[in-house]
Write a new protein. Structure first.
Length: 450
C-alpha cells in the first residue's frame, strides 16, 4: 500500500510540473520587463545617425560587392581597412588560420573617445562575405548589410562628443565562420599570443587595444527595408546576456523608433528545422511558440551568432538584424539609430551591467519569466522522480542498490565527458556518447561478482 502511495505521489508531482511548464507563457507566470540600471538613460539623447549615414552604409555594401566585377590588387580586408581610414578612423588587418587551414583576415578599427583614459570600450562586429555580383547587392537603392551598417555607424560615432568609451569594430570573413571572432578575442585577452600568430599589420604596428570591453553589438542581415528588428541572444551552453541590454534595445525600438521587436520569425533557420515536420505550428499562440523555441534553443546550448563568443568573455552582447519585404523605403535607417542609441546607453555606464537577470525565459521581447517562476515546475518534476527512486533505494537489498549505483556512475561519467567535449561537433558528440555506452556497459556486470 505504501509503495502505491509513493508511486501515485510521484506521478502527481511529475504531471503537475509538466502542466505548469506548459503554462509558463501565460500572464499568470510572466511579467513585463523593466530597466534596472538607471544609468542607461534610454532614449534621452537625440540620434545623429541620419540619411547620409544610411547612404554611406549602402555605398559600402554596393561598392564592396562590385569588387566581384573588377577585383582590386589588394585583399578584400585591406580594401575595407582603406575605406575606414579614408573616414579618418584608425584601421588594421591581421591574419589567422581558418578551420579549413586557409588564411583569413580580420579588419579591426578603433575610435578613441575624447577626454578618456582608454580603459573601457564597446565593440561592434559583423562578417564580410566574398564580393557577390548578385543583382540585389549591386543594384541601385538603399540595400545594406551588417558590414556596411557597422562601418557607417563608426563614421557616425567618430563625430560625436559624448563617447566615454572607445569603440572597436571587428569585421571577420564569413567563410571562416566564428573562427575570426574567436581568434581576435583570444589575442585581445591574451597579449602573449600576438607573437605566436602570423599577423599582417596595416597602418599600425600594434594590435588595437582599448581596455575592458563593457558590451557590444553584432550585426547580421542584408536588407533594403525594415519591418521588424530581430534580436538574437543565445550563447554557448545556454549563456544569456544581461536582461537590461535586451530591454535597452527593445525600448529604443518600440518607444523611440516606433517599430516592433521579434526574437524569431518563421524564416529563422532554427524555427524551420524545429518545426519541419509540423504544418500547424503557426496555429500556436506567438507567446507559446516563442517560449518553446527559446527553451529548445537553451537546451541545445549552441550560440545563435557571433555575439555568443563575446558572452564567454563576460562581454554583454547581442546580434541585431531586420526582417524585410524588399520595399526599398530607407527604413533600415531605424536600425542605425537604434544601434547608435544602444552604444550611447552603454557609454553612460560606469560599471558592468549586473542589476538585472541573467537567468530568464523570453516568450516575447518585452515580457519575461524569471528563474523564480520556472524553477517551480523544475523542482516538482525532479522531486517526483527523486521520491520514487529514493523509496526504491531505501527498500532495495544490497545487490540491487549496488546495481543502481553503478548505473548512476556510468550516466554521470558520460555527462561529465560530454560537458568537457562540448566544443566538438554534434555528430562527434553523438558518436562519443554511443561509444561510451558500448565501452562502459560491461562495467555494469561488476555487480555479478558480489
Amino acid at each position: 500500500m505504501k509503495q502505491h502511495l509513493v508511486a501515485f505521489g510521484s506521478v502527481v508531482l511529475y504531471v503537475a510540473g509538466i502542466a505548469i511548464l506548459l503554462q509558463l507563457h501565460t500572464s499568470e507566470f510572466y511579467a513585463k520587463t523593466y530597466v534596472s540600471e538607471n544609468a542607461l538613460l534610454i532614449g534621452e539623447a537625440e540620434t545623429t545617425f541620419h540619411r547620409r549615414h544610411l547612404q554611406l552604409a549602402s555605398s559600402f555594401t554596393k561598392r564592396y560587392n562590385r569588387l566581384s566585377l573588377a577585383p582590386p590588387p589588394q585583399t578584400n580586408a585591406i580594401w575595407l581597412a582603406n575605406e575606414l581610414e579614408a573616414l579618418g578612423i584608425d584601421a588594421g588587418v591581421h591574419s589567422f588560420s581558418c578551420p579549413d587551414k586557409s588564411r583569413g583576415e580580420t579588419v579591426v578599427a578603433i575610435i578613441r573617445a575624447p577626454r578618456t583614459s582608454g580603459s573601457e570600450a564597446i565593440v561592434l562586429a559583423s562578417r564580410y562575405s566574398e564580393p557577390s555580383s548578385s543583382a540585389q547587392l549591386i543594384a541601385n537603392g538603399d540595400v545594406v548589410d551588417g558590414m556596411g551598417l557597422s562601418m557607417a555607424l563608426m563614421s557616425c560615432l567618430s563625430d560625436v562628443q559624448w563617447l566615454s568609451k572607445d569603440v572597436l569594430l571587428v569585421l571577420t570573413p564569413d567563410r571562416c565562420g566564428d573562427a575570426g571572432i574567436s581568434d581576435w578575442l583570444d589575442v585581445y585577452f591574451n597579449p602573449s599570443n600576438v607573437l605566436e600568430r602570423d599577423r599582417v599589420s596595416y597602418s599600425n604596428d600594434t594590435f588595437f587595444r582599448a581596455g575592458l570591453i563593457r558590451g557590444g553589438f553584432n550585426f547580421n542581415f542584408v536588407a533594403n527595408s525594415m519591418d521588424y528588428v530581430t534580436i538574437s541572444l543565445h550563447g554557448k551552453n545556454g549563456a544569456l546576456p544581461n536582461l537590461d541590454l535586451i530591454n535597452t534595445i527593445d525600448r529604443t525600438v518600440r518607444f523611440v523608433e516606433h517599430k516592433s521587436v521579434v526574437l524569431y520569425t518563421p524564416e529563422t533557420p532554427f524555427v524551420q528545422w524545429l518545426f519541419s515536420n509540423f504544418n500547424d505550428y503557426i496555429s500556436m499562440s506567438y507567446e507559446a511558440l516563442g517560449m518553446f523555441v527559446f527553451a529548445a534553443q537553451q537546451a541545445i546550448g549552441l550560440p545563435t551568432d557571433d555575439h555568443g563568443l563575446f558572452l564567454e568573455y563576460n562581454i554583454e552582447s547581442i546580434t541585431l538584424g531586420v526582417t524585410s519585404r524588399n520595399l526599398d523605403d530607407g527604413s533600415v535607417i531605424s536600425l542605425g539609430r537604434v544601434a547608435e542609441m544602444g552604444v550611447h546607453s552603454l557609454s553612460n555606464l560606469s560599471e558592468n551591467l549586473h542589476q538585472s537577470f541573467y537567468f530568464y525565459l523570453l516568450p516575447v521581447s518585452h515580457v519575461y519569466v524569471s528563474i523564480g517562476q520556472y524553477m517551480i515546475p523544475l523542482v516538482l518534476i525532479v522531486l517526483g522522480c527523486f521520491l520514487s527512486k529514493a523509496h526504491t533505494a531505501v527498500n532495495a537489498d544490497g545487490h540491487h542498490f549496488l546495481e543502481a549505483l553503478m548505473r548512476l556512475c556510468v550516466v554521470s561519467t558520460q555527462g561529465v565527458v560530454l560537458y568537457v567535449l562540448c566544443d566538438r561537433p554534434l555528430m562527434e558528440l553523438a558518436l562519443l556518447y554511443v561509444g561510451s555506452i558500448v565501452l562502459i556497459a560491461p562495467l555494469l556486470k561488476i555487480q555479478q561478482l558480489f
